[in-house]
Design a protein around this ligand. Structure first.
Ligand SMILES: Nc1ncnc2c1ncn2[C@@H]1O[C@H](COP(=O)(O)OP(=O)(O)OP(=O)(O)O)[C@@H](O)[C@H]1O
Length: 822
């Protein structure tokens, strides 16, 4: 270590408003007279000392070889003409040309010198005496100082990295001396001259390092703030400009692509902006659409978002926003259309005509379509399949001169089916209502909500609630589809609904509806429908004409009665199709001469044997009711009225379980009804002369064979009682008798629903005697006269009357074998 005790005499090299700290190497311009004087004086002094006189070398050591060191100067900052109190010993490393070609000297700054008194020396330089400053730090470093070293290195590294000065990072990392480390900030461009002077004059190395850390830290913080501000500003300013530029580029790229693909410039397919502007959309819709166009233009051609937006825009553009058909109908004309397209159904047509008349009056008078009246907004056609509900809906549209669309609701469980998926949903679509309007191509079509009784609800929401909104005149002028997101005015749409089963229509919807029932057709009606509508249509479809093939009424009657058994005419129409196809095929093969008239007897040859021979026409031994314990009931199922056979048997006393077993997919109400039948017989069996003892200790099994499972209801009560009574008494149930009615514990016969449908079914099945509850007598008014004529209807009040009518007399008193369940 150098000691401070050796005064040095050195030429002063003044640095105007500049500071050089130990460790730095600086080039100085020799054109500067002060610099030249100092360097030349130092060189002269060095030469002189090459003699025998010795002085310490540059490192402060006395060199043993007698050679003096490099020329030495004292670098002293001169701030505003005033010299600093401390200078730095510098050695002249090299004299030559600087980068700019001027003569210069390369000087290495070595250590601090405290400046003492002035003195004289050779040359024009100012000479002073100085003493070395001891600025060594304790070794080893106290922990605290070591931390400072680390901190400085970390700060310096981060700053240097920011500036990309990677090489310097290593050098700084390698400086271990505290004072030298602090002096390294002499290179920092952000320090002011004053700050550098302060560093120079702070001789305590630790204090110096602290200063360096403080300033470097401050600078870094400042820089961070400045950077983020600059970034923000830059981003703000640039965004618009960038967007503009990018759009321009995008446009150019798109254009090139179009040209590559041989499309015309500005082809309609992609120019959504122009299309939206040209499409006469309602203001709000256009606004929304243009917003999407903006988004589209910003998104890339290939991005999924772009394709979603295009799909959405297509949907919006395809909707018939301003299309509406002119209602051109008078009630007479409407009625004529209905009559022409459907045979029979007089009451139904009357209801529809009334509905149209009210609607027309209200619109003509400029009153809203339905005004404040709740319910009645929607005409609901309720009845079994194939009775013409859908085709009536279509006729209504014809009659009004409106477009017609059918919306199939069967199996819809998801609210989104009605109201659309939100657009964020992958593969989102508008709901069925919007799709229907699109399909109709007008804003005021007739929309038939088909099978409204078959909408269900589950975790995906309640479609019925959405439908309610669609049907509500107070809400539907601003219907919002989740996908479309713009309002749609549905107030001018005529909604009709169809349902098979009234009970299955959600309550809230039912409340909005005007019900029109279609219960099914009689055989005569079916013949007329077949003759006037189904046959001509199917002839045309088979490529035949009426001159070539005629079908006799007898044949149509047989097709309706024996080849099909249904409330409606759907299967009848199919049967007719089969007959015609067969004839056409035979003709093509040369096996059939035309014209040809199909008679009842030709049917078997053409389409095989009938499947629905009435029970009474069967061989007696083949009849369902050929054994005791089977009774014929009447029920209403989803397919209209039907006959069903209830079977009862007693369980084996040894193995069978006691109690009541019911099979055949029955609901709770039906089970209770069976329980009541059983209880009634247990308590009244004796008085009816039935061996009811068996009922006490043997299990009873009641079965409803598959095929005609009625909807849950109590109307099979008297049928079950009759089957059980037949079983116990061994008396057969009369084949020609069918029945319907609820039974009470005391044996009273209680009223039921669906009389008309049930009687039509009984008639179809060839039953001749029907037992109904007395209290349903009034319902007979609805039953077509031709059916009543052919049926012997017995309204009863007590189950004893039922048994009297239904059970055949005991066959010559012989013991009848009671069937036993397996
Ligand atoms: N009274 C009628 N006059 C003329 N054609 C009829 C009549 N009733 C039904 N039809 C015809 O029978 C066919 C079946 O009718 P449609 O499809 O309308 O029945 P639906 O009651 O709507 O059945 P679903 O409930 O299964 O939809 C249609 O072709 C229809 O034209």
């Amino acid at each position: 270590m150098a000691s401070t005790s050796n005064p040095l005499t050195l030429p002063v090299l003044p640095l105007d408003d500049e500071v050089v700290l130990p460790g730095m190497v600086v080039p100085l311009d020799l054109n500067d007279p002060d610099v030249r004087a100092a360097v030349e004086a130092a060189q002269a002094a060095a030469r002189r000392q090459e003699g025998p006189g010795r002085s310490p070398d540059d490192e402060g050591r006395w060199s043993g070889d007698g050679r003096a060191g490099k020329p030495r100067v004292l670098l002293v900052p001169r701030i505003d003409g005033t010299y600093a109190g401390i200078g730095v010993l510098g050695t002249v490393e090299q004299v030559g040309r600087l980068a700019d070609g001027d003569p210069g000297a390369l000087i290495r700054a070595r250590r601090r010198i405290k400046i003492g008194a002035g003195t004289t020396g050779p040359g024009a330089a100012l000479w002073v005496e100085g003493t070395q400053v001891d600025d060594s730090a304790p070794d080893p470093l106290p922990g605290q100082v070591a931390e400072l070293v680390k901190e400085y290195k970390a700060l310096a590294t981060s700053w240097l990295r920011k500036r990309g000065a990677w090489q310097v990072v290593d050098r700084v990392q390698q400086i271990d001396e505290v004072g030298a480390l602090a002096d390294n900030s002499g290179y920092s461009p952000f320090l002011s001259t004053e700050q550098k002077v302060e560093l120079l004059e702070t001789t305590d190395p630790v204090a110096r390092l602290k200063l360096a850390i403080q300033w470097l830290g401050e600078h870094l913080a400042e820089q961070d703030v400045a950077e983020s501000i600059a970034k923000d500003v830059q981003e703000g300013v640039d965004k618009q400009q960038r967007e503009f530029l990018l759009r321009r580029q995008l446009e150019a790229v798109r254009k090139e692509l179009r040209e590559l693909n041989g499309e015309q410039d500005g082809e309609e397919s992609d120019d959504y902006r122009a299309r939206v502007e040209a499409a006469d959309l309602p203001e709000k819709v256009q606004e929304a659409a243009l917003k999407e166009v903006d988004k589209l233009e910003r998104s890339s051609d290939q991005s999924p978002e772009g394709s979603w937006i295009r799909t959405w825009l297509d949907t919006v553009l395809e909707l018939p926003w301003n299309e509406r058909t002119e209602d051109a109908y008078d009630i007479q004309g409407a009625k004529a259309v209905l009559d022409a397209e459907h045979a029979g159904l007089d009451d139904v047509k009357e209801r529809i005509t009334e509905y149209l008349a009210v609607r027309k009056r209200r619109t003509d008078r400029g009153l809203g379509v339905v005004g404040g009246r709740r319910g009645g907004a929607v005409l609901a056609l309720v009845g079994p399949p194939g009775v013409g509900k859908t085709s009536l809906g279509e006729s209504v549209a014809h009659a009004m001169g409106r477009k017609f669309v059918r919306v199939a609701l069967g199996g819809v469980r998801d609210e989104a089916e009605i109201r659309g998926h939100r657009r964020t949903y992958v593969g989102a679509l508008p709901g069925r209502i919007v799709r229907a309007i699109k399909e109709a191509g007008s804003m005021n079509p007739v929309v038939l909500l088909d099978e409204i009784d078959k909408v269900g609800s589950d975790f995906r929401g309640d479609p019925a609630a959405a439908l309610l909104e669609v049907l509500d005149p107070a809400q539907n002028h601003t219907f919002r589809d989740h996908y479309l997101e713009v309002e749609l005015d549905l107030s001018d749409v005529v909604f009709l609904a169809t349902a098979n089963v009234l009970e299955a229509i959600p309550e809230a919807l039912l409340d909005r509806m005007d019900l029109v029932r279609l219960d099914g057709y009689t055989e005569d009606e079916k013949v007329v429908i077949a003759r006037d509508h189904l046959l001509p249509r199917q002839l045309e479809r088979s490529g035949l004409n009426g001159d070539e093939v005629t079908v006799e009424e007898d044949a149509l009657r047989k097709l309706a009665g024996e080849y099909t058994r249904e409330a409606g005419v759907r299967n009848l129409e199919r049967a007719i199709t089969r007959v015609l196809r067969k004839v056409a095929a035979q003709h093509e093969l040369g096996d059939r001469e035309l014209p040809f008239t199909v008679g009842a007897d030709d049917l078997r040859d053409l389409i095989g044997r009938p499947h629905h021979v009435p029970e009474s026409a069967q061989d007696p031994a083949e009849r369902r009711t050929a054994v005791p314990g089977v009774a014929t009931g009447l029920a209403v199922t989803g397919a209209g009225g039907d006959v069903l056979f209830v079977e009862a048997s007693l369980a084996d006393p040894e193995t069978g379980a006691a109690g009541l077993t019911l099979t055949g997919q029955l609901g709770d109400v039906m089970k209770e009804s069976a329980q009541i039948a059983l209880s009634f017989l247990r308590s009244h069996g004796a008085e009816l002369e039935l061996p009811v003892a068996d009922l006490k200790d043997r299990g009873v099994h009641i079965h409803f064979p598959a095929g005609a499972v009625p909807k849950d209801g109590p109307s099979a009560g008297i049928t079950m009682t009759t089957a059980l009574a037949s079983l116990l008494s061994g008396r057969l149930v009369r084949t020609d008798v069918a029945m319907t009615g609820e039974v009470s514990l005391t044996g009273r016969v209680l009223p039921i629903g669906g009389v008309k449908q049930k009687l039509l079914a009984a008639h179809r099945a060839g039953v001749t005697t029907v037992i109904i509850p007395k209290r349903n007598e009034a319902d007979l008014d609805d039953v077509p006269a031709e059916v009543l004529q052919k049926l012997d209807v017995h309204p009863v009040t007590d189950v004893r009357q039922v048994l009297e009518l239904a059970l055949a007399p005991a066959s010559n008193g012989a013991q009848v074998e009671v069937p036993v369940a397996a």
